[in-house]
Write a protein that binds this ligand. Sequence first.
Ligand code: 5AD
Ligand code: SF4
Length: 484
Amino acid sequence: MYNKINPENINLSTELPVQEPERQYYFIARCQKWAEGFEEKNCRRPRACVVNMGCQMNARDSEKLAGILESAGYILTEGEEEADFVIYNTCTVRDNANQKVYGRLGHLNSLKKRNPSLKVALCGCMMQEPSALEKIRKSYSFVDLIFGTHNIYKFGELLYGMLEAEGMVVDIWQDTDQIVENLPVERKYPFKSGINIMFGCNNFCSYCIVPYVRGRERSRKPEDILSEIKALVAEGVIEVMLLGQNVNSYGKNLENPISFAQLLGEIEKIEGLQRIRFMTSHPKDLSDGLIQVMKESKKICRHLHLPLQSGSTRILSAMNRRYTKEQYLALVEKIRREIPDIAITTDIIVGFPGEQPEDVDETIDVVRKAKYDNAFTFIYSKRTGTPAAAMENQTPEETVKEGFGRLLKVVQETAREQISRLEGQTLEALVEEVNQQDGSLLTGRLSNNTIVHFQGDQSLIGQIVPVCLKECHGFYYLGEIARE
Ligand code: 5AD
Ligand code: SF4
């Protein structure tokens, strides 16, 4: 575990520390004492289950929650049924994410009726939404702890507060400028890790709730990022994924400004680190400097996630994306010219207010021209409080469905065509896990993010091996380890 805390070293008889992270270490040690009491009574340690419901940023936050729970004396478990503490790290980017939480809370309520000592916590983006919070307070009053995205670093303190309190503990902040370093983190994979380089977003795309629930853009200091990566590499990590809502504007608000391209240059120098990924890139901020650094790098993976959202300049303007169809296509062309083996993926929304079939035609045109390896397609979801939610020309469901179906077909055709171009080549894959469907196969990831399944020994997990790509199956390959 990164930044493991030994509670034995923390003096609980001194005054409560004011500084972070010392204050959190203090509360984590207090939770440990509670866990010792639990163990004496129940002849086992308490069990905690962390459920991640969101994007890669949320997944990284969930690793932080898990790290704090482990330091606090809990054993982590996958199953909610056997847990003494369940925490949902929620998402709210589309309404169906909220609906999923309400559904699963119903199940937790029945578990809690069978086991009244079960504690339930909710955190993450959905908790920052006043209407969702209100509904949970009223209709799901069995929830024990609620906190948001800005005070996640205080989880140790909040957990202790919950263990001591009767009734629901709620702590939601509207914003923060604080970034607390050096808290414990429990990683899902020993050989790869997400790294937050920045938090929040300043773009205010008109459909998006993220700037409201994640707050303003804040970059971590480069020295903190570099020392975190160095420590991870010393623990055996060979691939990092740099995370931010808009990594291309990294560093602009730091006391000593530095660009994302410069940060990448520094990370490249870390010995032992083999692969660097990042997401997400906003097309309006993608610099020539970044393209150059990617081109020259031996470590930056040949993959760029470049959300399009729409191919219609009219809709892009209403979305407040600040680029046109032509500018986007020119950018893709420039990237492909400089880095020919790059895979580009994207996000697309169908059904934004006012969208007509002709706008979807424009999006389909970009999909064909940009030659995406994959595109994540979403149906527009109205998010209360965003400018788009107040627009009067919401698109009828039938039109949305029709456009979505047409787009999906082209996305699938183009992706298959693009991915199948690699057939017969031997490329390096980082072996990530045993295949979830077929236990005789391993699953690896190419530099360009394509997945390949192949036969091999489990001892290869965490290593980079050459794999011959035999058969393309749409979005993935079946392959064979290449003999030297
Ligand atoms: N409706 C549908 N999709 C959305 N996204 C963001 N907000 C919405 C919304 N209101 C999509 C965007 C973004 C991805 C993470 O989620 O495509 O890139
Ligand atoms: Fe949302 Fe736009 Fe920020 Fe992405 S860049 S998080 S879509 S507001």
